[in-house]
Write a protein that binds this ligand. Structure first.
Ligand code: 13P
Length: 288
């Protein structure tokens, strides 16, 4: 099946009270592990590509070629969207041209008027290409140069303003942050989420920073309209732990254990296990 926009899968998720996972990709192993897990679990899936990861993988066209090739040759029949994560305005235009099926414009650092103006432009462009558009209100915190932001809560009125521009789904800060959560993290602000959902109605809401949010908070967020949950760090941790174990056990020194396909195999399986666990928690298994 060819790439699809994420609009339909997320509208279905919102109506069906489950969430679709966005799993960020870094390379071929990541992509293959996520696609195969989605297929095995009959789950729709969104492959997230940050601007940095896009550059790392050799550019957006390389990513599109790799993903399209896998969809065909691995016989992936579940709905798959290829989505730019936290895109700049210029990055969004590049991904439209490269053949992505979905983009996120992160205008959260602009004054709201500028976020609105740029989002409006992209709504038009995306519609011409049958793609989907995610916008963001209220910056999502995280660790940057050792400074840990606690995660800002979006203003529900601003969320409504952006939601009404014709976007397809909305990321709103509700105390969530990227990366590991600090010990003293206060948890998600369900009050904010509830207020946002009341004003934005059927609009699928996106929860960034999916790594490390306790299962009960994930489930509650889904009941309050979250239909897309982004996970990145957790797959990275699983991959690295499994890879470290391979070396610690000296497996690279046995026979042809140095073969990169052998070295990367435990990490590949670890990503698959993490993605499966998240799909089960989000309720997307069997929803393709
Ligand atoms: P984590 O790395 O915290 O899972 O967040 C992922 C994310 O939100 C990508 O946009």
């Amino acid at each position: 099946m060819a790439l699809v926009s994420a609009t339909e899968m997320l509208q279905k998720a919102k109506a069906g009270h489950y969430a679709v996972g966005q799993f960020n990709i870094n390379n071929l192993e990541w992509t293959k592990a996520i696609l195969l897990t989605a297929q095995e679990n009959a789950s729709p899936v969104i492959l997230g590509v940050s601007e940095g990861a896009g550059k790392y993988m050799g550019g957006y066209k390389t990513v599109v070629g790799m993903v399209n090739g896998m969809l065909e040759e691995l016989n992936i029949t579940v709905p798959v969207a290829l989505h730019l994560d936290h895109g700049s305005y210029e990055g969004c235009l590049k991904c439209v041209a490269a053949g992505f099926s979905s983009i996120m414009f992160d205008g959260s650092h602009y004054p709201i008027e500028e976020n609105v103006a740029k989002t409006k432009e992209l709504v038009k462009i995306v519609a011409e290409h049958g793609m989907s558009l995610e916008a963001e209100v209220g910056a999502i915190g995280g660790e940057e140069d050792g400074v840990i932001g606690m995660g800002e809560c979006a203003d529900p009125e601003e969320c409504k303003m952006i939601a009404d521009l014709g976007i397809d789904f909305l990321a709103a800060g509700i105390g969530n942050i990227h990366g590991k959560y600090p010990e003293n993290w206060a948890g998600l602000s369900f009050e904010t989420l509830d207020a946002i959902q009341k004003l934005t109605g059927d609009m699928p809401l996106v929860l960034h920073g999916g790594t490390g949010i306790p299962a009960d908070q994930i489930k509650k967020a889904i009941t309050l309209g979250v239909s897309k949950i982004n996970v990145n760090t957790e797959c990275q941790i699983s991959f690295t732990e499994a890879t470290r174990k391979y070396f610690e056990e000296g497996k690279d020194l046995v026979g042809k254990g140095f073969d990169p396909r052998k070295v990367l195999a435990p990490g590949f399986e670890a990503i698959k296990a993490t993605v499966k666990e998240k799909m089960e928690l989000f309720g997307s298994v069997g929803k393709a």
